[in-house]
Design a protein around this ligand. Structure first.
Ligand code: PNS
Length: 161
């Protein structure tokens, strides 16, 4: 039987840390669904369509599917047939939030297991929010995000002349 996992997040935008976890997950799943949260209460930098397109352009492995979701993660997991939720743990500060989320998801669906993954050391400090800040003020973003995302950030924040 095929093993499907879901890797959900805001991906505003996808970073090299996310890409690293996606590639690592493919080491033990047959199919990975990247679920992009469409949170109507938040004003993201990139629209949900842009975020999905950037992931598709950056990750071309045929085992990866990208889709948007609203509402509960457990519902989209059930819809796509995922039995695992992938989450990355970068630093100790991530732990409390991630633990509560994993336990809440277990409360909602006991059949769904959360797998915490350790990203590569080189990507540990990267987060979408820091990338947005750096890009906004024209700092160097090479090495932080895949090339299609870097190009999209340059379009959002054109270099000053
Ligand atoms: O990239 P993020 O913002 O850390 O991802 C958080 C995400 C999307 C995984 C989380 O907010 C989520 O699962 N949202 C869907 C709502 C939900 O299922 N909440 C109950 C479980 S805590």
């Amino acid at each position: 039987m095929k093993r499907t996992a879901i890797y959900a997040g805001s991906f505003d935008p996808l970073t090299n840390g996310h890409a690293d976890l996606i590639h690592r997950s493919l080491g033990f799943v047959d199919r990975l669904v990247v679920g992009v949260l469409n949170n109507l209460a938040k004003q993201p930098l990139f629209t949900v369509e842009e975020r999905q397109d950037l992931i598709r352009e950056s990750i071309t492995d045929p085992r990866v599917e990208v889709r948007m979701f609203r509402g509960l993660l457990v519902d989209v997991a059930r819809e796509v047939g995922a039995t695992l939720v992938i989450r990355g743990l970068r630093v100790v500060a991530d732990f409390d939030y991630e633990m509560s989320m994993a336990l809440m998801n277990r409360h909602l669906d006991a059949g769904l297991e959360t797998v915490f993954m350790v990203p590569s050391l080189e990507t540990t400090y990267i987060s979408s929010s820091l990338v947005r800040q750096v890009a906004q003020f024209h700092g160097r973003i090479d090495g932080l995000v895949p090339p299609p995302v870097a190009a999209a950030l340059m379009r959002k924040y054109p270099p000053r002349r």
